[in-house]
Design a protein around this ligand. Structure first.
Ligand code: FES
Length: 137
């Protein structure tokens, strides 16, 4: 498994996302209420660019005319046929037993830990500030 720096943590505000390419794969990195999640930009239904879809709330109903809205900004709706996926797990809301979108682990790491390597050469003082989003493939 390899790690790839894809963005600075403060670059993606809550409710927003960024499309990145890692090893030829398009991946959407989402900030869900301060937590980061990453998914393949390919809907498991018929292959749409899933990460171009709208981030929506979960809407549930037990009977006509009554509904509940919850989990604000935690669902991703595919732009082609409207299937919805849980941004926290990748699980399909239309076919939860069989359909998941490919997800990737995202960590937030301090810049100083990312730039360290195994080799030693002549060094100069360098300061890395902020935190970075790292996707594991
Ligand atoms: S391609 Fe995404 S719901 Fe059909």
């Amino acid at each position: 498994m390899s790690k790839h720096v894809v963005a600075q943590a403060d670059e993606i505000a809550p409710g927003r996302n960024k499309l990145v390419t890692v090893k030829g794969r398009e991946i959407g990195v989402f900030n869900v209420n301060g937590e980061f999640f990453a998914f393949a930009n390919k809907c498991p239904h018929e292959g749409a660019a899933l990460c171009m879809g709208r981030v929506v709330n979960l809407v549930e109903s037990d009977e006509p005319g009554r509904y509940r809205v919850s989990r604000h900004g935690e669902m991703l709706r595919c732009p082609w046929h409207g299937w919805e996926f849980d941004l926290r797990t990748g699980q399909s809301w239309c076919d939860p037993e069989h359909t998941w979108v490919k997800s990737y682990n995202v960590t937030v790491e301090p810049g100083a830990e990312i730039v360290q390597g195994p080799y030693v050469a002549e060094t100069f003082p360098v300061q890395v500030e902020g935190e970075y989003l790292v996707v594991e493939l």
